[in-house]
Design a protein around this ligand. Structure first.
Ligand code: 13P
Length: 339
């Protein structure tokens, strides 16, 4: 069991590859579809995800896809279940298993993630449906005394419980503590908040007997707040993020797969590239982007099946650029060149 978890974790951060997060909840995918004026019906969600999963050549840069509960049960138009569609192309299917965030009791503007009750049984079913890895997201906001130690430790405890249950079920847990970058905070405040969250996470993972070799970390990058008047540049972001990770993430963790968290797709690629250009590092540094991989494809699609091919080209392009960022070989000039 241990060896299989290690293999899966390593395969997810194989050279030049990263993860597509396509695990938007019903509420989130509705927001994305609203932005292009498309109704969020089950069939539209299915058709959009099929387009992504069947993009020719995507497997050159995509090692795994994180699915949502509805999506792991859906099939392509020829009736092949999505997990099989992915597997047949050498892409590992994964599943988001948290049930979203709720206000943290007796705290102001802080959240706790739900979904532990009944998780053992749900994991067994997801394994049966073809999933080989899982994801659980905790969120932390910056401002005043936030994130509080209370918020850091309660979320870390839940993340570790999720990770233990996942490993027990033969699934690689992707542990996602996301410090949100909304607000006008400085990059130093972002580094402090991210360090606080990660410190609690790795203490709890240790205490709850997690085999770190069979896990991946999905953190935010350390950025200035999106509303800050002076925003750190690409080099500063790379240095601050690396410094934070070197202090808090054990070398036993095989890979760190960043979330994009509302950065533009080009920023998300440039930041990852700058970190890898400063390598080698003790862990693989890769991506597990939702918006930063999908935004151009979603726009090109616009809900019209006639645009599927253009949308696939847009997705392939973003995947390729992020693949290049895995080795520090991305240059912004690629954005204007033909792919
Ligand atoms: P973004 O890259 O859009 O932040 O999504 C990644 C993710 O899975 C958030 O939970």
């Amino acid at each position: 069991m241990g060896a299989e978890l290690h293999e899966t974790a390593k395969a997810l951060v194989a050279e030049g590859k990263g993860i597509l997060a396509a695990d938007e909840s019903d509420r989130t995918i509705k927001k994305r579809f609203d932005s292009i004026g498309v109704e969020s019906t089950e069939e539209n969600r299915r058709a959009y995800r099929e387009l992504l999963f069947t993009t020719p050549g995507a497997e050159e840069f995509i090692s795994g896809v994180i699915l949502f509960d509805e999506t792991i049960r859906q099939s392509s138009s020829d009736g092949t279940p999505f997990p099989n569609v992915l597997e047949s192309r050498g892409i590992i299917p994964g599943i988001k298993v948290d049930k979203g965030t709720k206000p943290l009791a007796l705290a102001e503007d802080e959240t706790i993630t739900e979904g532990l009750d009944g998780l053992r049984e749900r994991l067994a079913e997801y394994h049966e449906l073809g999933a080989r890895f899982t994801k659980w997201r905790a969120t932390y906001s910056i401002g005043g005394e936030r994130p509080s130690e209370y918020c850091a430790w309660t979320n870390a405890h839940a993340l570790a419980r999720f990770a233990a249950l996942s490993q027990e079920a033969g699934l690689v847990p992707i542990v996602e503590p996301e410090v949100l970058m909304d607000g006008d905070h400085s990059i130093e405040e972002s580094a402090k908040a991210t360090g606080r969250a990660l410190n609690a996470v790795y203490t709890e993972l240790h205490d709850q007997r997690i085999d770190l070799h069979g896990t991946l970390l999905k953190p935010n990058m350390v950025l200035s707040g999106y509303d800050a008047s002076a925003r750190a540049d690409v080099g500063e972001v790379a240095e601050a993020t690396l410094e934070c990770l070197y202090r808090h993430v054990p070398a036993a963790v095989p890979g760190i797969v960043f979330l994009s968290g509302g950065q533009t797709d080009e920023d998300a690629t440039a930041h990852l590239n700058a970190m890898n250009a400063r390598g080698p590092h003790p862990w693989e540094l890769s991506f597990s982007y939702g918006r930063a991989l999908q935004a151009p494809a979603l726009k090109a699609w616009g809900g019209d099946p006639a645009n599927a091919e253009d949308a696939q080209k847009a997705f392939y392009r973003r995947a390729k650029f992020n693949g290049a960022a895995r080795t520090g070989s991305y240059v912004p000039e690629m954005e204007t060149a033909a792919v």
